[in-house]
Design a binder for this molecule. Structure first.
Ligand code: ATP
Ligand code: MG
Length: 615
């Protein structure tokens, strides 16, 4: 519970932090530009496609602007001259332009997709290359599993980002610029006069856009609130019923829904109001063109065709301008995902191995912690100058209160993190000097919350050693005491366990991870006992499975049930950032210190629990 609170607290803290600062527009753009440059750097290898795209985009926007100009020729040249052959030529040109535009459009989207797919592939390759160094973290923390899952989707935000850039930004910008050039050429006075109203349009658009967005965000939050309210109540339905609170909850639900409806209505009103205002502002420049342009035509300073063309072009200018104006919202949304991808890439690069790192070979399994200090957050030291030394083949137990940093010690052995002071070494070699891959190859980890992937049990076990044969898998499962259970499942070893192994109990999942480690057969094992209370049968099965895997290996067992570490060569009691006590079971019991206290309370509790069960 504490852990959950902690992490969520920190993630929200992060968001608030960013909002509190409220950086100036300028700083925000600088920040955005940095990120955008990073995304764009992935386009560098595809310069050719980029240049083609720029070219196609220009053609496309020019072609889309051909219509009004052709009308101008019709009105100013062909009709006064009553020139039928020219009319036919014009029509042919019109058709031709339409055909070319369609074809170029297809080419455009093909090239865009090609660019985007190539870039995404590169990002993914880079990402998964990084993950190679983190591969076993798959089993390690739930959070990483979540992150990975999300990342795969987040990577596709690069798709939207490029789409926005190419389609919304480039095409619209070019179109706007071309319109301006054409109109200024047609008649710069009329154009400039009509343009004076555009700033109002942009301001109004931004203003209402912001308000609408804020409301929408609040609405979405309310809907999410309502959903979590529902979820809470459905999952807690037993409790609600047992306290006869259904009516109360129902009333609460109705009132919340009503509130939502009111908000929805308000939002609708606001939307129609803002589009009305923007509509009026859009109307003014057109009115000005008709009035001022009409006057010019009457005094003979402008042709009818030019007037119609300018009128049409300026009308066409609103679309691109408003798209460009709302670009920043669309980009902000994709940026959240893009940021996540980059953040992930950067976090990992802290653990980058040295250039001259050598692989660990012939590992005997000696683990040394020398004055290790570590913290997740700067002002909250977790471990301070921890030292211990495990000889090859020994079994060490690590116990202590929840949150004292036991799992963290496991993380350090695995080099998921580097200590901030001191060294962690295997066989006397500082982990910072060896390759990450070799560390992970030589350590098996059974994590506190075993992670199973959404695939067959067989494949889940084979994660430990993809080349293992089926009989090997079965043998490992037997040693892990999980074979019998697997045989009772509908498809045996081919049963697909749900996302995160939802269909199995905590103890079963842990035994599958144990089978995984048995199959991997590493010289060092870190076992983080599940915290969730296991029934005593399941517990015994895990105990028995443990016996098999600890033989002849260096094992660090992080235990919650102190009976688990009874046979350990040495037990370390972690408390208040230090190893408070150490020694074997007997000596610690004799000492009557913290361990003794822990053991007697735990033992007392289980005795009491058993007593109540019998009642
Ligand atoms: N990846 C992480 N990032 C930030 N803080 C973390 C992370 N992992 C753990 N912590 C925090 O560090 C502290 C120690 O966590 P750790 O998991 O090592 O404790 P533990 O002794 O294994 O506890 P338990 O007995 O509940 O498993 C906790 O306060 C926890 O919230
Ligand atoms: Mg733990």
């Amino acid at each position: 519970m504490k852990k959950m609170h902690r992490t969520s607290h920190h993630s929200t803290h992060h968001v608030h932090h960013a909002e509190h600062h409220k950086p100036t527009l300028w700083v925000r753009w600088l920040h955005f530009w940095k990120k955008a440059k990073r995304v764009l750097s992935y386009a560098v290898p595809y310069k050719r496609i980029v240049i083609i795209l720029l070219f196609i985009t220009a053609i496309l926007s020019l072609l889309s602007l051909a219509g009004p100009y052709l009308v101008k020729i019709l009105l100013d040249v062909i009709i006064p001259q009553k020139n039928l052959p020219l009319l036919i030529q014009l029509m042919s040109l019109f058709i031709l332009i339409f055909v070319i535009k369609t074809l170029v459009g297809i080419w455009h989207s093909y090239q865009t997709t090609k660019l985007v797919e190539n870039m995404i592939l590169d990002v993914k390759t880079e990402l998964f290359n990084h993950l190679e160094n983190l591969d076993l973290s798959f089993y390690h923390t739930n959070k990483v599993g979540d992150i990975l899952y999300r990342l795969d989707e987040d990577v596709y935000s690069i798709d939207s980002f490029i789409d926005i850039l190419v389609d919304d930004f480039l095409l619209n910008l070019m179109t706007a610029v071309f319109i301006l050039i054409i109109c200024l050429k047609l008649n710069w006075r009329v154009t400039l006069v009509s343009l004076t109203f555009f700033p109002f349009y942009i301001v109004a658009q931004q203003y209402f856009g912001n308000i609408l967005q804020k409301h929408k965000k609040r609405l979405v939050e309310k809907v999410a609130d309502l959903l979590s309210f529902l979820e809470e109540n459905i999952s807690g339905i037993k409790a609600i019923k047992s306290f006869a609170l259904e009516t109360k909850k129902l009333n609460e639900y109705t009132s919340r829904t009503k509130l939502l409806i009111v908000r929805n209505l308000k939002m609708d009103l606001l939307e129609s109001f803002s589009s009305a205002v923007v509509g009026v502002i859009t109307f003014i420049p057109l009115l000005v063109i008709l009035w001022y342009g009409g006057y010019k035509v009457i005094v003979g300073a402008l042709s009818v065709g030019s007037l119609i063309a300018i009128y049409t072009y300026i009308g066409k200018l609103f679309g691109p301008v408003s798209s460009l104006g709302s670009l920043n919202v669309a980009i902000k949304m994709t940026m959240v995902s893009v940021n996540r991808v980059f953040e992930f890439m950067d976090v990992k690069s802290k653990l980058i191995e040295k250039k001259n790192a050598l692989p660990l070979t012939n590992v005997k399994g000696e683990i040394t912690f020398k004055e290790v200090s570590f913290h997740y957050y700067k002002d909250e030291p977790l471990l301070q100058k921890i030292s211990f030394h495990i000889q090859p083949g020994q079994m060490y137990g690590l116990v202590g209160p929840s949150g004292s940093g036991k799992s963290t010690v496991g993380n350090l052995v695995f080099r998921f993190f580097d200590p901030h002071e001191g060294t962690v070494s295997i066989d006397g070699k500082n982990l910072k000097d060896v390759t990450l891959k070799s560390i992970r190859q030589h350590i098996g980890i059974v994590s506190q919350e075993a992670i199973l992937f959404n695939m067959s049990i067989k494949d889940n076990i084979k994660f430990g050693n993809p080349n293992a044969s089926d009989p090997d898998v079965v043998r490992a499962a037997m040693l892990a005491n999980i074979h019998d259970l697997i045989m009772t499942l509908p498809h045996g070893y081919n049963t697909v366990v749900g996302e995160r192994g939802e269909t199995l109990s905590g103890g079963e999942k842990q035994r599958i991870s144990i089978a995984r480690v048995i199959l991997k057969d590493p010289p060092i094992i870190v076992l983080d006992e599940a915290t969730s209370s296991l029934d005593s049968e399941s517990e015994q099965k895990i105990q028995a499975a443990l016996q098999h895997i600890t033989q002849g290996r260096t094992t660090l067992v992080i235990a919650h049930r102190l009976s688990t570490v009874r046979n350990a060569d040495q037990i370390l009691v972690l408390r208040n950032k230090h190893i408070a006590e150490r020694g074997n079971f007997e000596s610690l019991m004799k000492k009557k210190g913290f361990f003794y206290h822990l053991y007697t309370t735990q033992f007392g509790e289980s005795q009491r629990a058993r007593a109540t069960q019998q009642l």
